[in-house]
Design a binder for this molecule. Structure first.
Ligand code: SAH
Length: 346
């Protein structure tokens, strides 16, 4: 429900402590409430059982907790779970739990819709409505962690920012969410288990390097030839490959972190030897890994998964050039939970 009260989770711990001092209480009360808000993920002030009724009422009069609500949960035959998540203003985003024998990964959204216009992605058709707040990103992770414990008997182990939206176009909030996820005052997860996936916004990749972030970077490349990339990811006209590469060189020089490239091979678009050669040329400046991901059809057909011989050709060319390559199968296709299928369909 829309309200004019302030979202309490927009406050830092220091601001919350000051709020209590200004209201004639102890700063320590701020710590207690902060712990309820983040570590214990309280949905309401009433849940805060070690806080007096008076104080809870005072908080109620000043603030709201804009907690997300899992509106609908779908479970795939392969164990994948997709959540349709309702935000306080009734907009919906989706997040996905992906289990494997050794890990559980949360795929979370960073925006409602997306401002990019990748031709092969269902989310692109939704248009960007707004950025998610740090607490809305955090809540998606908590919801998946709970489901992981409930359905797979283990806590969440990894997070990928590969849901709806372009995380680097909501950089500040994504960083704040990751700070909470990795902080002992939040979920205490290791940043090494978090991957931020981007279509490639050069300026922001450099900013990440300057900020000395500890999470991993994945770049959705899909083609290392400008004309081809622009035809499937039109924003490449604004940020062409040379500027992306320059930013990635800067990233690698500063962080010494390997770069992962996400890559789909489509019939008639990027399935020729020259495409694989261009990919090798593009990524050999730094230790790289290429994840060839399966195409998840989003409609009747402009894009089609390339034949397996084309995938084999890519694998051979990359391996010959000492570039690590993995071929990844999609998960959760039967519930439209796979990469690029998130479009609030149900
Ligand atoms: N905007 C970010 C994160 C969201 S997309 C990014 O571009 O990286 C997450 C991944 O899914 C990206 O690698 C994207 O290129 C890929 N993807 C999008 N649509 C897809 C589809 N239909 N099939 C397979 N992968 C897709």
């Amino acid at each position: 429900m829309a309200t004019s009260k302030k979202d309490i989770r927009a406050l830092t711990k220091e601001q919350l402590r000051n709020f209590f001092v200004e209201h004639g209480d102890k700063a320590f009360r701020g710590n207690q409430v902060y712990e309820w808000l983040w570590q214990k993920s309280a949905h309401s002030f009433e849940d805060m059982t070690n806080i007096s009724k008076e104080t809870r009422e005072m908080l109620e009069n000043n603030f709201v907790i804009n907690h997300i609500q899992v509106d609908q949960m779908q479970r795939s035959s392969d164990g994948t779970i997709k959540n349709a998540v309702r935000l306080h203003d009734d907009l919906i985003v989706e997040s996905v739990l992906i289990p494997t024998p050794t890990r559980t990964t949360a795929c979370v959204s960073s925006q409602v819709g997306c401002s990019l216009d990748c031709k092969f992605c269902a989310t692109a058709r939704l248009k960007r409505m707004r950025n998610l707040n740090p607490d809305e990103i955090y809540d998606q992770v908590v919801a998946i962690d709970n489901e992981s414990r409930l359905y797979h008997n283990r806590p969440l182990s990894n997070i990928v920012f590969m849901g709806m939206g372009e995380p680097l176009m909501n950089y500040n909030n994504v960083i704040k969410a990751i700070d909470k996820i990795t902080s002992p005052e939040g979920l205490g997860m290791s940043p090494k288990r978090i991957v931020v996936s981007t279509s490639g916004v050069p300026k922001m990749i450099k900013k990440m390097a300057d900020d000395d972030v500890k999470f991993k970077l994945a770049v959705s490349l899909h083609s290392a030839i400008d004309e081809v990339r622009t035809s499937i990811m039109p924003f490449n006209a604004t940020f062409p490959l040379a500027s992306l590469r320059e930013a990635l060189q800067y990233w690698y020089a500063k962080t010494k972190n390997r770069i992962t490239y996400e890559y789909v091979v489509w019939k008639g678009i990027n399935d020729k030897r020259k495409d694989a050669d261009a990919l090798v040329e593009f990524c050999k400046f730094a230790p790289s890994k290429v994840n060839i991901i399966e195409y998840n059809p989003i409609d009747d057909g402009e894009f089609q998964q390339a034949q397996s011989s084309a995938i084999d050709m890519y694998v051979n060319v990359l391996e010959k050039n000492h570039i690590t390559v993995t071929v990844r199968r999609s998960r959760g296709k039967d519930i439209d939970a796979a990469c690029g299928q998130l479009a609030n369909k149900s």
